[in-house]
Write a protein that binds this ligand. Structure first.
Ligand SMILES: Nc1ncnc2c1ncn2[C@@H]1O[C@H](COP(=O)(O)OP(=O)(O)OP(=O)(O)O)[C@@H](O)[C@H]1O
Length: 250
């Protein structure tokens, strides 16, 4: 069974239709990449996968979005639980203005974990999971805003891991980072897919080609093509995909 199963999905911002008849099966323990030109709906679709668009006035969604076969838009589906199961990492690293330790412990604390030894263990496990433990283990009380952008992004990934999600949504997670930090995040994402299902928006086609298992190409709110990443980049079936991946537009 797919981890996320989307069928006949349409989304409107007031009277503007931003997503049109989307259908997609997102498999467990794979990295799925969304590519396409600016404004084609990649972020809108990504945010729909943990109901972040609920917060946008005038946003309306039709169709079926299932997590492990359950309708995540059902009125009795617990949104807090959904956001725990489906975590999000944003384009610009956005650690909270508090210590590294408290950034990671924040989510578990809001879910009721108070015991110091348990929190210590979660903080260490999450920072190790985000491949940043060795760099910060002696500085856990340092303000998370006083480390590099690449480190901040890994803190944000650790913060997402701390509540033990099943799916990680990443919206251009490396676009604000230098090449070395980008390579670290790409390596990390590859490691994380052993435990998590990862969905990533990227502007960087080489990145999609390097890290993802399957790639969806979006254009004006539609999915033009969704296939194995190697096919999308070396054997696309749609002329528009071919034009985009070969750099003819976008
Ligand atoms: N809150 C909003 N209210 C109204 N329109 C919106 C809102 N957010 C996005 N849109 C519009 O929906 C369309 C899709 O935007 P979206 O941000 O999903 O595209 P994108 O492919 O992620 O673009 P980019 O690569 O530039 O981030 C665009 O036309 C955008 O202007």
């Amino acid at each position: 069974m797919s981890k996320l199963s989307i069928s006949n999905m349409n989304l409107w911002y007031s009277d503007f239709q931003a997503l049109k008849n989307l259908n997609m099966e997102i498999r467990e323990n794979e990295i799925t990449a969304f590519i396409g030109p600016s404004g084609c709906g990649k972020s809108t679709f990504l945010k729909s996968l943990n109901r972040m668009n609920d917060l946008v006035p005038g946003c309306r969604i039709e169709g079926s979005l299932l997590l492990d076969g359950e309708d995540m838009y059902a009125s009795d589906f617990d949104v807090n639980q959904l956001r725990k199961r489906v975590g999000m990492v944003f384009q610009h690293p956005n650690p909270f203005p508090m210590s590294i330790y408290d950034n990671i412990a924040y989510g578990p604390r809001t879910h009721g974990i108070k015991d110091k030894a348990t929190l210590d263990e979660i903080v260490e496990r999450s920072l190790k999971g985000a491949a940043i433990w060795d760099e910060v283990k002696d500085d856990l009380n340092k303000n998370a805003l006083r480390i590099s952008g690449g480190q901040q992004q890994r803190i944000c990934i650790a913060r997402a891991l701390a509540v033990e999600p099943e799916v990680l949504l990443m919206d251009e997670p490396t676009s604000a980072l230098d090449p070395i930090s980008t390579a670290k995040i790409e390596d990390l994402v590859q490691e994380l897919k052993g435990k998590y299902t990862i969905v990533m928006v990227t502007h960087n086609m080489q990145q999609a080609a390097r890290v993802s298992d399957r790639t969806a190409f979006f254009l004006t709110g539609e999915i033009v093509e969704f296939d194995d990443t190697t096919d999308i980049f070396s054997n696309p079936k749609d002329k528009r995909t071919e034009d985009y991946v070969s750099g003819r537009f976008g």
